[in-house]
Design a protein around this ligand. Structure first.
Ligand code: PEP
Ligand code: MG
Length: 541
């Protein structure tokens, strides 16, 4: 048995087989070959396998997200049959007498560059697709299956680190736990694990090699340990703990349908944070009273090009309908920093967390912003949709947003397209917003405090940098004072104020938050019932 100590970011026990998640990018070597025909055949075989994989992905996607959204896999299949693409690969192999991997990589780069330089916006968007299909073929040629994460049995994913664009591709039903060598507690992998309510470890010094891949392991999210090839005694103890946890979860089920109210009668709304439609079922299962943060950027991250108004409308409308009249707060896209989508072509920045991200992108690319706003307002005719804007620093930005929103509403009115009453709020996640929250409160319908970013900017501690864990203090008085001040300013202006950062789920702070007058706490779906228990056992003085 091997034991590795990391840091638990979500409790619980997982028992299963380890699957090492390797990065999509691979180093391609160029070497001379002698048998040209055999090399071309090797390429053709890999191409066929890729076409087959894409067919399976298409079928899976049709079931999960519908035909329109699944069409991308059909497009990829067609690209792999494109004569120009095939000729280019075969030509490089035969004229230069080089290996298939090199020929595919060069063709992929050349075609991507060619598409990227085209006038037509749609064609430019195809650059990412051609890169993707080339990577798929490369992975097969190099003996690493790109879609290998889609296994039959759920697995424990062990990785160096996971970017949001990688986690979004994982088949979530097949993931028992995440264990990463790097990463920080507030990274989006950690947030994803909490949303999925599965045990997760970060900062785990575990070798990413054959000594663990495919081996049985136990992850203990409470102690932050992973046991590889556990001995009988460890396995027995962990199985017992797993059974106890199940019992605890079942006990929490008795809180379903009960009010989130303190012993002395103070009510608080317990909402859920989600990143996709699939997460909504987790929110409902756990009796969330609404959705406090729908991270809409995940819709953009799982795409290879901007999601269209129709695609977005379908998701927002479904969210409104599924939540059946409960409030659904959708945050406009918060792309940038660690959440990168190639097609946005964001410039490389020295300091991306403080760079061109979130509302700054929306205000500099009003067409992208307006497409999302139109989809959101249209969806508001089907339920209680609210809109929330991220990374606000000033009243000026809010007024700019309002002007754009007005244009969108007028367009819809002119076209006779219905929309409902939409509450509009902002995230308080920059110190500037917190400090000027008295002024901002007069401009909007609600505040939601994003403690993940607020803490990073306030303490000058990069939330992605694991080296700084020892300096990080989620309970720092500066953070708590800013929360208190923001709530007070919100109430002074007659608006409500919630918290949707990870701190909202901290049971050690619930009493303090309630004393401050926080109106809503939005947490991962799996934390809702546990928090309701804490609220119901609390007395606010
Ligand atoms: C936050 O910053 O607290 C927040 C909720 O937003 P995100 O974690 O998505 O940046
Ligand atoms: Mg944030």
């Amino acid at each position: 048995m091997q034991r590795y100590q990391g840091k638990g970011v979500f409790g619980g026990i997982a028992i299963g087989i380890i699957h090492i998640y390797a990065k999509g990018e691979q180093q391609v070597k160029r070497y001379k070959i002698t048998d040209i025909r055999a090399e071309i055949e090797r390429f053709q075989d890999a191409r066929q396998t890729a076409v087959g994989q894409l067919g399976l992905l298409y079928e899976k996607a049709v079931k999960e997200v519908g035909e329109t959204n699944a069409a991308i896999f059909e497009i990829h299949q067609m690209m792999l049959m494109d004569d120009d693409y095939l000729e280019s690969v075969e030509n490089i192999i035969s004229t230069q007498q080089v290996n298939a991997e090199y020929a595919v990589a060069v063709t992929g780069d050349n075609f991507a560059a060619m598409f990227a330089a085209m006038e037509d916006e749609y064609m430019r968007g195809r650059a990412a697709d051609v890169k993707d299909i080339s990577e798929r073929v490369l992975a097969i040629l190099m003996g690493r299956d790109k879609s290998s994460v889609i296994t039959d049995e759920p697995v424990i994913i062990v990785a160096d680190d996971l970017a949001p664009s990688e986690t979004v591709q994982l088949d979530k039903d097949k993931v028992l736990s995440f264990v990463t060598v790097h990463g920080s507690a507030n990274s989006h992998t950690a947030i994803l694990a909490r949303t999925m309510s599965i045990p997760a470890l970060i900062g785990t010094p575990i070798p990413l090699d054959a000594s663990i891949d495919g081996h049985l392991a136990v992850v203990d999210g409470n102690s932050g340990c992973i046991y590889v090839d556990p001995d009988d005694e460890t396995l027995r103890i962990m199985e017992e703990k797993l059974a106890q946890e199940k019992e605890k979860k079942e006990l929490l089920q008795t809180l379903k349908g009960k009010e989130s109210i303190t012993l002395d009668g103070r009510k608080v709304s317990l909402y859920a944070n989600v990143g996709s439609l699939a997460d909504l079922s987790r929110a409902l299962e756990n009796d969330a009273e609404g959705i406090g943060l729908f991270r809409s950027e995940f819709l953009y991250l799982e795409k290879e090009d901007y999601p269209t108004e129709e695609e977005q409308f379908a998701v927002y409308r479904a969210a409104a309908e599924i939540m059946a009249g409960k409030q659904v707060i959708i945050r406009t896209l918060d792309i940038g920093a660690d959440k990168q989508a190639d097609y946005f072509k964001l410039p490389k920045e020295e300091n991306p967390a403080m760079g061109c991200r979130a509302i700054r992108i929306c205000l500099t690319r009003p067409e992208v912003f307006k497409t999302q706003l139109r989809a959101l307002f249209r969806a508001s005719a089907y339920g209680k949709i609210s809109i929330m804007y991220p990374m606000i620093t000033s009243v000026k930005e809010v007024r700019q947003i309002k002007a754009i929103v007005e244009e969108v509403k007028q367009e819809l009115i002119t076209k006779g397209i219905p929309f409902g009453e939409v509450e509009q709020g902002i995230m308080i996640e920059t110190p500037a917003a917190a400090v000027t929250s008295d002024q901002l409160a007069k401009e909007v319908d609600f505040f939601s405090i994003g403690t993940n970013d607020l803490t990073q900017y306030l303490l000058a501690i990069d939330r992605q940098n694991e080296e700084l864990e020892q300096f990080f203090d989620a309970h720092h008085p500066a953070v708590l004072r800013m929360i208190a001040m923001t709530v007070e300013n919100a109430h002074e202006a007659g608006i409500w104020c919630g918290i949707c950062g990870e701190l909202a789920a901290d049971p050690g702070l619930t009493e303090q938050f309630l004393e401050m007058g926080v109106d809503e706490l939005s947490v991962s779906p799996g934390s809702v019932l546990g928090l309701r228990k804490v609220v119901r056992e609390t007395k606010v003085l």
